[in-house]
Write a protein that binds this ligand. Structure first.
Ligand code: HEC
Length: 121
């Protein structure tokens, strides 16, 4: 049971969910396949679905609270989310809440970063 495999399954599930939600919101809007690359353009509802399937197991269903493994991450900046999710690093000068390095990078979530940031704002 590799963690990567498990996360990929979660990603596939969450993208189907995200697309379903997008179709419900926008009819058959093809634009929903190309989310904007800014936090402002992110969709918090899609971000929530992505968060629940890719982050909540370690963090918390409520991102403003510490989870079983990871700290509270409500109000994380897009730069912090990008550094953590794509590379498991931190932005220059950022003081991490934890000194551990237990969180795996999930680079396949690149296009989801604005949605995650919009949800965590
Ligand atoms: C396997 C468990 C796990 C998963 C899955 C996970 N995280 Fe984390 N996360 C952690 C842990 C543990 C830390 C604390 C630093 C460390 O040990 O890597 C952390 C730290 C963070 C931080 C930095 C907090 C701070 O201010 O110092 C952010 C932001 C974050 N995670 C976002 C996310 C997002 C977004 C996702 C989903 C895409 C996610 N994490 C998925 C375990 C996880």
């Amino acid at each position: 049971m590799s963690p990567v495999g498990r996360h990929q399954i979660g990603t596939i599930r969450s993208w189907r969910l995200a697309l379903l939600i997008a179709f419900m919101l926008a009819g058959c809007d093809k634009e929903s396949n190309s989310p904007a690359q800014t936090a402002e353009g992110g969709d918090p509802r899609r971000g929530r679905a992505l968060y629940m399937s890719n982050c909540a197991a370690c963090h918390n269903n409520d991102p403003s609270r510490d989870g079983p493994v990871g700290p509270a991450i409500k109000r994380s900046s897009l730069a912090l989310i990008e550094a953590r999710v794509l590379r498991a690093t931190y932005p220059p000068g950022y003081t991490p809440k934890r000194k551990t390095s237990a969180m795996p990078a999930q680079p396949y979530l690149k296009s989801a970063l604005p949605d995650l940031a919009a949800f965590l704002r």
